[in-house]
Design a protein around this ligand. Structure first.
Ligand SMILES: [Zn+2]
Length: 212
């Protein structure tokens, strides 16, 4: 299993490609940079080889591009059921912050947390981690000890904002405590760089939140 980080500049979230027997994209960015993103993808894999697109949460900088990606890749679109409500209805207050609208897109798989996706060598475990937003998930691959944390926790122990609609600092703390139980080597956050010794970064977050 290999992981590549794409996009992730300006207002765009990181987009990850997981290369295994199945090819998985995590998050899509806003869609404003769709062409640029697809150029980056094509340097690694043909877009029609992408099997699954997993969205970490319902904020526009992570899922605004999902409809274009679905049309271009025909991949199955997956996210938490709360995030799916927003993507399927197109009724997103988060998009309006960007002066944009969330294009309606049907969601193929709606998670509640606890699901496991077999992708070949790797198995992706879906962990429900609300707090930054109600529909936030993190994705953990045990064998490679890789965690995709969305905007729940970042490198350096920074944590996601909780002042957006639906944010909840107590829920965020509980979610990060849950992530601290995992054995994390590589942390792949929704913004900023991927880092090694991910568990240390998660413990730093608990320290800043006074939960350690
Ligand atoms: Zn966010």
């Amino acid at each position: 299993m290999k992981v590549k980080r794409l996009l992730g500049y300006g207002m765009e979230s990181n987009v990850y490609l997981i290369l295994d027997e199945k090819v998985v994209m995590i998050d899509t960015g806003t869609g404003f940079e769709h062409e640029e993103l697809m150029e980056e993808v094509k340097e690694i894999v043909s877009p029609d080889k992408i099997d699954y697109v997993i969205i970490t949460h319902e904020h526009f900088d992570h899922c605004g591009g999902v409809k274009k990606i679905k049309e271009e890749t025909m991949a199955e679109i997956m996210m938490h059921e709360i995030a799916a409500e927003i993507v399927e209805s197109g009724n997103s207050i988060y998009a309006s912050f960007f002066g944009a609208s969330q294009e309606k897109c049907s969601v193929d798989v709606k998670f509640r947390g606890g699901e496991v996706l077999n992708i070949g060598e790797g198995k992706l475990k879906i962990i429900y981690t609300p707090g930054h937003s109600p529909g936030s998930i993190s994705i953990y691959e045990e064998r490679s000890r890789t965690l995709f944390s969305g905007d729940t926790v970042f490198s350096g122990g920074y944590v996601g904002r909780t002042d957006f609609y639906g944010g909840d600092i107590n829920a965020l703390g509980k979610s990060i405590l849950k992530l601290a139980e995992l054995n994390v080597e590589t942390l792949c956050p929704g913004h900023g760089e991927m880092v090694e010794n991910g568990g240390e970064h998660i413990r730093m977050a608990l320290f800043y939140l006074n939960l350690l």
